[in-house]
Write a protein that binds this ligand. Structure first.
Ligand SMILES: [Mg+2]
Length: 394
């Protein structure tokens, strides 16, 4: 039973309720544009993460909407991860959830249910937040176990119970089963994990490639993904100075597309999707402008390019050449199962192939879309275009 999954219940909303007791017991949502976190009082009225705020106000009149204060939330997660480290030899933290790897500690901790109980109590006493804990044989099962008892729950899933537990799940609970993939199976009248198990591996591979093979494994409770010590960066930015100041639309858009591709690739490597992109430009006279926008979480280049183009043409209003441009991705969410991001299997396979070639031959090996405009403009080396300022992940 070596993996323990811990998830903070209604994280941002709970922190706000903790900081302002007047909010206790009332429906609270945190977010801008869409709900990033909703209290259980709001959830009871149908408000979910991702619900547009105007919709949330319609569903739940009187809902208290707050802007997020991520510096504060970070202090809370830091305190909680510290408590986890008292017990867990390895920890992977992802925003409001963590996987604790207890492999090899069975002698030190003969009873993982007791470890879960202690963790929950210490976090409640010292930090004031409720967390839900699931313990199971692997990563996927521990998270599913926790999800089944949310909020404020604790569940240990013994190996003997795995099979009935998995078979009882509706198909959409299977990690990696995004809405589009689920629809394919719903159209075939397959709605539960039990029914999904009847589909042969070859059929799944034919339909979805690698994703199909992974789903086949997940439906059988198998998950070999390791726990990596990592933390989600606050932002990933890529920027560069033009070799010669320019006002040429194609050139600027091309450069930004290229920077978006590189930053998203870094996000994909960390198993993350971004929810916000910012564009930044500096004119030849050093005046600088910035603007950002949020959208449904994605790690797909094609989802972000149109947003970046739109921001650029909102920002770039003066008749002065540009000297410098950059993009910033932020507001990351873990890519659940690292499969959902490839909901459209075709795009997914393309990105995987492109990333593989770039890994081998450098970023310059494949240049897509508008970045092609750049080819004639920028010096290139084996690692891609020569960016004159460093990339930043912080
Ligand atoms: Mg949570």
């Amino acid at each position: 039973m070596p993996i323990l999954h811990l998830d903070i219940d209604a994280f941002f909303a709970s922190v706000e309720q903790l900081r302002d007791p007047r909010l206790k017991g009332r429906p609270v949502a945190v977010g801008g544009g869409v709900v990033a976190s909703a209290s259980y009082e709001a959830r009871a009225r149908g408000v979910a993460n991702g619900t547009p705020l105007h919709e949330a106000r319609r569903l739940c009149p009187g809902i208290i909407v707050l802007e997020g204060r991520h510096e504060i939330y970070r202090c809370f997660t830091a305190a909680i991860w510290e408590i986890c480290r008292r017990y867990a030899p390895a920890l992977e933290c992802l925003l409001d959830e963590a996987f604790c790897d207890f492999s090899g500690t069975e002698r030190v901790y003969p009873d993982f249910l007791e470890v879960g109980r202690r963790l929950r109590r210490e976090i409640q006493d010292e930090v004031g937040l409720a967390v839900t804990v699931g313990v199971a044989r692997n990563r996927m099962l521990s998270k599913l176990a926790a999800k089944s008892v949310k909020p404020d729950g604790l569940r240990l899933l013994p190996e003997a119970d795995e099979e009935p537990f998995l078979l009882s799940l509706p198909l959409e609970k299977l990690p990696g089963m995004g809405p589009k993939t689920r629809q394919i199976f719903h159209d075939m009248n397959i709605r539960s994990v039990r029914e999904f198990r009847e589909v042969p591996l070859r059929t799944l591979e034919g339909l979805l490639g690698k994703v199909g093979a992974a789903l086949y494994e997940r439906a059988r409770g198998r998950d070999t993904r390791a726990i990596h010590e990592r933390e989600v960066p606050r932002s990933i930015s890529r920027e560069t100075t033009f070799h010669r100041a320019t006002a040429e639309r194609g050139e600027i858009e091309g450069l930004l597309s290229y920077l978006v591709d590189r930053a998203l690739r870094a996000a994909r490597q960390l198993g993350l999707k971004a929810k916000t992109v910012g564009v930044k430009v500096r004119y030849s006279d050093w005046q600088q402008e910035e603007m950002s926008r949020s959208f449904p979480a994605t790690a797909v280049d094609e989802d972000v390019h149109p947003v970046v183009r739109e921001l650029l043409w909102k920002l770039y209003t003066r008749r002065v050449t540009l000297r410098h441009a950059g993009i910033v991705l932020s507001n990351f969410v873990p890519d659940d199962g690292q499969l959902a991001l490839f909901d459209d299997g075709r795009l997914a396979r393309l990105h995987a192939a492109v990333d593989a070639v770039r890994d081998k031959f450098g970023d310059g090996a494949i240049v897509a879309g508008r970045a092609i405009d750049l080819l004639s403009k920028l010096p290139k080396d084996a690692y891609g275009y020569v960016l004159r300022t460093p990339s930043l992940t912080k």
